[in-house]
Design a protein around this ligand. Structure first.
Ligand code: ADP
Ligand code: MG
Length: 238
């Protein structure tokens, strides 16, 4: 079963086309990494998938259904950003549960899902504290928890680790990989870190100037980059 199909997506801001004819698929349970230089359209593509931006043309299909006119909250997607914007006046638990509360989920459901996410992310001793008591890595875990409790079919991560230092980045990367195995959800993960791409991805999509340059497994791209651009990102040293 295909979790996501993008067909011929174009996106322009005014006269500037930032996505040009992007087509790709994400299979159910697949971990897909988007890589490419700053400004190549990675965040815009995630926002089109999430419904935060409309494509100028092309179709977005989630779970076999065209969702171009489905609002973001109804797409079965949760997004984790680089800047995790937690509410300072709410506890970890309440930050994680807020989205469910807004969805008017029963209190018992909220509690059950938040408790599970707190355990999964090793935040039990911080659950009743406020974001200001947490480290950067812990805050990012809360932001991931906020996504998990919504039980999305598809997670979108937009450079979630780029504000963390090297050691934390590695730990959190390992946690995200473990999470992917546990939840067996589909994930799209944007990064410009080669190690993250090579270690996390089932499939890597290389983007350049709003176009798909190459798609393949980490080893395919590493061993057979289509051109010097891809090689520069992921390939073996020449
Ligand atoms: P990336 O995430 O790969 O760094 P973005 O998707 O953020 O790239 O941006 C792609 C291009 O689209 C950039 O040139 C950026 O300036 C432009 N862009 C992004 N959002 C907007 C917007 N809301 N209005 C105008 N231009 C935008
Ligand atoms: Mg971006």
């Amino acid at each position: 079963m295909t979790a996501l199909t993008l067909s011929n997506i174009h996106k322009s801001f005014g006269k500037v086309e930032v996505l040009s004819d992007v087509s790709l698929t994400v299979e159910e349970g697949e971990f897909v990494v988007f890589v490419g230089p700053s400004g190549c359209g990675k965040s815009t593509l995630l926002r089109v998938i999430a419904g935060l931006e409309d494509a100028t043309s092309g179709t977005v299909e989630i779970g076999g259904e065209i969702v171009n006119s489905t609002p973001p909250a109804k797409r079965g997607i949760a997004m984790v950003f680089q800047s995790y914007a937690l509410y300072p006046h709410l506890t970890v638990r309440d930050n994680m549960g807020l989205g469910l509360k807004q969805e008017k989920q029963p209190k018992s459901v909220i509690k059950e899902r938040v408790d599970a996410a707190v355990q999964m992310l090793d935040l039990a001793s911080y659950a009743d504290r406020h974001p200001s008591d947490l480290s950067g890595g812990q805050r990012q875990r809360v932001a991931i928890g906020r996504a998990i409790v919504r039980q999305p079919k598809l997670f979108l991560f937009d450079e979630p680790l780029s504000n963390l230092d090297a050691a934390l980045r590695m730990n959190t990367r390992i946690e995200i990989a473990a999470l992917h195995r546990k939840l067996s959800a589909s994930m799209i993960y944007v990064t410009h870190d080669q190690t993250e791409a090579m270690t996390l991805a089932d499939k890597i999509v290389v983007l350049r100037d709003g176009r798909v340059e190459q798609v393949g497994s980490p080893m395919e791209l590493y061993n057979n980059p289509a051109n010097r651009f891809v090689a520069g990102f992921l390939g073996a040293p020449a």
